[in-house]
Design a protein around this ligand. Structure first.
Ligand code: COA
Length: 260
């Protein structure tokens, strides 16, 4: 077995990666972050994988945060490196991946767990899920992108309240806030994510990766979102997927996208 802390399964162009430390409520230690990076990179390079689902093992937690036991005695320098390495290795990496990544939030998504879900392209939650960024109750702040992605997703005022109170919100509230796209019973969570992933897998993976980049550009101060869209739109015209998609439409058949 290559990985100690995660499980991977592949079915009909969909890879499911499950964080497997249920006794620690799937808390993210550095080793798990590295394993997730490697597994996601392998899936992204696999042309047969058209969507990735990330979830947690068990019925209690998606991820209950970064592993507190690992950083409790860190210095300023170590703390800075922890956040910087984590953001680069996993959170920004997922956000900018070519392959769509769906978070199946199956329980507690706290701290680094909610940050992981927010780095994914979108999120579904089970009815029992609870979400929050409790870092200030530990004397620290979210360090894996939480202070940036939470306001992007739900607005500044709501994000301020969630971060300052260190409280948890229910799945229903997360739905009202737009933090998750759907709330379903726990047993329906993975099947519902798979249904969406299958729909995605019928579309052009090349066009989807350009769409991800254009959407993300709008949230990046160093980029012009509209210009990024123009460039990505133009680039699509040079792809095999564009020829296949338009030909299939003219020929009144279903497109068979192979990528690029
Ligand atoms: N880091 C390390 N270990 C964690 C953890 C984390 N973020 N979250 C949970 N665990 C461990 C607990 O220490 C416990 O381990 P133990 O059995 O060896 O003592 C185990 O997971 C089960 O957690 P427990 O607290 O007993 O479960 P609970 O149902 O009573 O409470 C939570 C659940 C989520 C409310 C509680 O675990 C919690 O507050 N976790 C920390 C959340 C957090 O602050 N995350 C942000 C980190 S920056």
């Amino acid at each position: 077995m290559k990985y100690k802390n995660i499980l991977i399964s592949e079915n009909e162009k969909i890879a499911t990666i499950s964080i497997n430390r249920p006794k620690k409520l799937n808390a993210l230690n550095i080793e798990t972050i590295q394993e997730l990076h490697e597994a996601i990179e392998v899936c992204d390079e696999n042309k047969n994988v058209r969507a990735i689902i990330i979830t947690g093992v068990g019925d209690k937690a998606f991820v209950a945060g970064a592993d507190i036991s690992e950083f409790a005695d860190f210095s300023v320098k170590q703390g800075t490196k922890l956040a910087s390495d984590g953001q680069n290795t996993l959170f920004n990496f997922i956000e900018n991946l070519n392959t769509p990544v769906i978070a199946a939030v199956n329980g507690f998504a706290l701290g680094g767990g909610l940050e992981l879900a927010m780095a994914c392209h979108f999120r579904l939650a089970s009815e029992n899920a609870k979400m929050g960024l409790p870092e200030v109750s530990l004397g620290v702040i979210p360090g894996y992108g939480g202070t940036q992605r939470l306001p992007q997703l739900i607005g500044k005022g709501r994000a301020m309240e969630i971060i300052m109170t260190a409280g948890m919100i229910s799945a229903d509230k997360a739905l009202t806030y737009g933090l998750v796209n759907q709330v379903v019973p726990l047993e329906d969570l993975i099947p519902t994510c798979e249904k969406i992933a299958r729909k995605i897998s019928n579309n052009s993976p090349t066009a989807i990766s350009y769409a991800i980049k254009a959407i993300n550009a709008g949230f990046n101060d160093d980029k012009d979102g509209y210009n990024s869209e123009i460039e990505a739109f133009g680039a699509c015209f040079g792809t095999k997927d564009f020829k296949e998609g338009t030909s299939a439409f003219m020929e009144k058949r279903k497109a068979n996208f192979k990528g690029l």
